[in-house]
Design a binder for this molecule. Structure first.
Ligand SMILES: C[S@@+](CC[C@H](N)C(=O)[O-])C[C@H]1O[C@@H](n2cnc3c(N)ncnc32)[C@H](O)[C@@H]1O
Length: 231
């Protein structure tokens, strides 16, 4: 079925998502499909498959698509408040016939908390989020205790939280904030962050920063297996 749904005044190209047949396709195209669902979303019903991986702030979706293509048995879900990125991801996934990828448009602090059951994620990845350097924008930063607490709760015990940034002050903030969450531990306790990517795939921003020779910072955190249930 082809869909022409206006989004911010623009006509979308026809999209025939081969995924999530249980959902209203018009709402899938708009990215707010999850507002029609009982929450947390019943992922096993709408995107059946293997381990559930989340990418927050997937931008143009290149990294998410690469992972979904390489791992047809896994499920790859993106959350971003950028609706155009969602549209591009749907288009690219539809063209490739991918049935293991889906995204939702929404603010990460709210959407991640609502969409996923506690303990349901195999991994959560946040690549090169905007560092919001001005003090008056600090509450928008993803690398802060509140977001780490939400993400940690959503991971299964042993599940991974991957972070990446090109911005040194933001890496320092991440290094200060994540240890405030008792559910999390580092997989590289000897160093605050890694200088080499732990992933076999790159992101669009990563490619840009590499071309410019910027030092990059990666964190691989894990939800502790032995942690007491957090309040
Ligand atoms: C600098 S881009 C990086 C995109 C991609 N991860 C990459 O590395 O190419 C940051 C992305 O995070 C998204 N983002 C930032 N804060 C967010 C929030 N609170 N909720 C959802 N998405 C957010 C932006 O919309 C944008 O797409």
């Amino acid at each position: 079925m082809g869909l022409h749904v206006p989004l911010r005044g623009k006509a979308l190209k026809p999209v025939a998502p081969p995924f999530a047949p249980a959902l209203d396709p018009a709402r899938v195209v708009l990215g707010d499909w999850w507002k029609d669902e009982d929450l947390p979303v019943a992922w096993d019903r709408i995107l059946p498959g293997g381990p559930l991986h989340l990418e927050v702030g997937f931008g143009g979706g290149e990294f998410l698509l690469r992972r979904a293509l390489a791992d047809p048995g896994g499920r790859y879900v993106g959350v971003d408040h950028f609706a155009e990125g969602h549209r591009r991801l749907l288009q690219a996934a539809g063209e490739r016939g991918l049935s293991n990828v889906l995204s939702a448009v929404g603010d990460a602090f709210v959407a991640v908390n609502l969409l996923f059951a506690d303990g349901s994620l195999e991994s959560c990845t946040v690549n090169f989020p905007d560092p919001w350097p001005k003090a008056r924008h600090a509450r928008r930063r993803l690398f802060q205790e509140e977001f780490f607490r939400i993400a940690a709760r959503k991971l299964r015990p042993g599940g991974r939280l991957y972070l990446a940034t090109d911005d040194r002050p933001y890496a320092l903030q991440a290094a200060e904030e994540w240890p405030k969450v008792p559910l999390l531990e580092s997989t590289h306790p000897e160093v605050p962050w890694l200088e080499a990517s732990p992933h076999p795939f790159t992101t669009r921003y990563e490619e840009r920063w590499r071309t410019q020779g910027r030092p990059l910072h990666y964190f691989v955190l894990a939800r502790r297996r032995d942690a007491p249930r957090e309040v």
